[in-house]
Design a protein around this ligand. Structure first.
Ligand code: ZN
Length: 189
């Protein structure tokens, strides 16, 4: 797996904390490049280790041994500030969509921009952009590598919404957790 590296602006030291958590996010944006721009924007103090595009392509922006700024206020199994122990994967996906008439819209400009992509799916009282299969294949290949390299327990492969409930909803109801967990479990036992 040959992954290009484009450095994010904001990172910090893990201060000897071991990596034992893998956090899935969606970007709420259109492309890998759009997400790269955000992580290279001095006005946005956020970053993440990896981005996975719609075709499963992968870019790395923070080295695994460094802390990326993707969890925010967060708790997992009673421990706060998850960034110091976590690796993060940003998955390119618009997240929640709004339906007006027969058309669907994405969040910028107060849901004023047309959505283009796989047919939206209704779940949890809303419409959502699905994850293409090739993208999930990319997420699984990358996750498998990270889990094996850092010996991350499978129970610690989580969504942002699980470590920041009430504050974050990504990766949303269409992220195929069953499939992902099943496929990650195979070969890891
Ligand atoms: Zn997130």
């Amino acid at each position: 797996m040959n992954i290009p590296f484009i450095p994010a602006l904001y990172t910090s030291s893990r201060e000897d904390t071991d990596i034992d958590l893998l956090v899935m996010h969606y970007t709420a944006g259109p492309t890998v490049n759009d997400c790269i721009d955000i992580f290279r924007n001095p006005a946005r103090s956020v970053s993440c280790h990896y981005i996975v595009g719609m075709d499963g392509e992968i870019v790395q922006m923070v080295h695994d041994q460094d802390c990326a700024w993707h969890c925010g206020v967060s708790t997992w199994e009673g421990l706060e500030k998850c960034n110091s122990r976590a690796l993060g994967i940003e998955i390119v996906n618009w997240g929640r969509l709004e339906r007006k008439g027969t058309e669907y819209y994405v969040w910028p400009d107060e849901y004023g921009q047309s959505y283009a992509g796989l047919p939206p799916v209704y779940s949890d009282n809303g419409w959502w952009a699905p994850y293409p299969e090739r993208q999930i294949d990319g997420v699984i290949a990358l996750s498998r590598r990270l889990i094996e390299t850092h010996r991350i327990p499978l129970k610690n492969v989580v969504g942002h919404s699980e470590i920041a409930p009430g504050r974050k909803i990504d990766p949303g109801p269409l992220f195929p957790w069953c499939d992902v967990r099943n496929r990650l479990g195979i070969g890891h036992v």
